[in-house]
Design a protein. Structure first.
Length: 307
């Protein structure tokens, strides 16, 4: 399920709500689907039901709930996983780059969920995804083992009671050693698989600190205060320092990193409170081998002092 919240601006005012929502809906959502959701009461304007023909007014508050697509049966698959922690309620994985978090209608195999179904099959368990990482982002990912645990953990994420810290190798060096990027993110209206900084987007805040600088690159520690799709990758592109190896938002890596085939972004630390004991918990994921190799190679180019 994906929930969209939209404060209408002069840009959307005067447009039919079913047409306007096409820009904000999940990829591959048709106008007919949006119209049906409106008729079912899954879309409201200022907390009231509406009609597909309703013309938006400046200042309207729109809420829309898009159900997940109907999924085929997802098979259990024996895929190696690096487990950081596990108990009766949660499992924490150091996800390898290249592993999709959740199946889609078009991809029903080779995902983290397939791997977890295999791991849980002797107990007939089911994984319940709490948050996601991009396919080519490595690092800490938290999974619930039952719907109630998922609900409690999701509430922590929504209330921003969790702490998520990433490591990123980026092009160039930011002017300031530390900084905050506060720029709204929305789905690109023309390329629905891409996110961009757009005035009508959802609030997104990232804080970075430069840990090391090299001849052409910098290693950053990044904390995200919100959890938007592709947030770090979009924000780093926005300030002119895209993540090295990013095939969508980055630039072609310069020597000696031509071999890098994925964004060098790693979810290093996740801090939560246990959903039932309320015990503070901190999970740390070691860097992936390709990330360590990149740092070793660029270190030969010379490391500079961080200002």
């Amino acid at each position: 399920m994906e929930k969209i919240e939209l404060k209408v601006t002069t840009r959307e005012a005067g447009r039919r709500i079913d047409v306007a929502l096409m820009e904000f809906a999940p990829p591959h959502t048709s106008r007919t689907v949006i119209q049906n959701l409106i008729k079912m009461g899954k879309v409201t304007v200022n907390s009231n039901p509406t009609k597909p023909s309703y013309k938006l007014k400046d200042g309207d508050f729109v809420e829309a709930v898009f159900p997940p697509p109907e999924m085929p049966i997802i098979p259990a698959e024996e895929i190696p996983l690096s487990v950081i922690y596990e108990d009766e309620h949660i499992i924490v994985i150091n996800k390898q780059a290249g592993l999709v978090t959740h199946p889609t209608v078009k991809k029903t195999t080779g995902t983290l969920v397939n791997a977890l179904l295999w791991r849980f099959k002797k107990d007939n368990g089911q994984p319940f995804i709490v948050h996601r990482l991009d396919k080519d982002t490595s690092g800490v990912i938290l999974v619930a083992k039952d719907p109630e645990t998922q609900r409690l953990l999701s509430a922590q994420f929504k209330a921003r009671k969790t702490r998520k810290v990433y490591l990123a190798l980026v092009e160039g060096t930011p002017l300031e050693k530390k900084g905050e990027i506060n720029a709204p993110i929305a789905r690109n209206p023309q390329v629905r698989t891409r996110m961009d900084i757009l005035s009508w987007g959802r609030n997104a805040v990232s804080r970075y600190e430069t840990l090391k600088t090299f001849k052409m690159w910098s290693l950053l520690k990044i904390r995200i205060l919100t959890g938007r799709t592709h947030q770090i990758r979009v924000h780093m592109k926005h300030i002119g320092h895209p993540v090295v190896g990013d095939q969508i938002y980055g630039i072609k890596p310069a020597y000696p990193l031509e071999w890098v085939k994925r964004q060098l972004l790693h979810a290093a630390i996740l801090e939560i409170n246990h959903p039932f004991t309320n015990e503070p918990m901190r999970f740390v994921a070691p860097l992936a081998d390709d990330f360590k190799k990149a740092l070793k190679e660029i270190a030969t180019e010379g490391e500079k002092d961080v200002r």
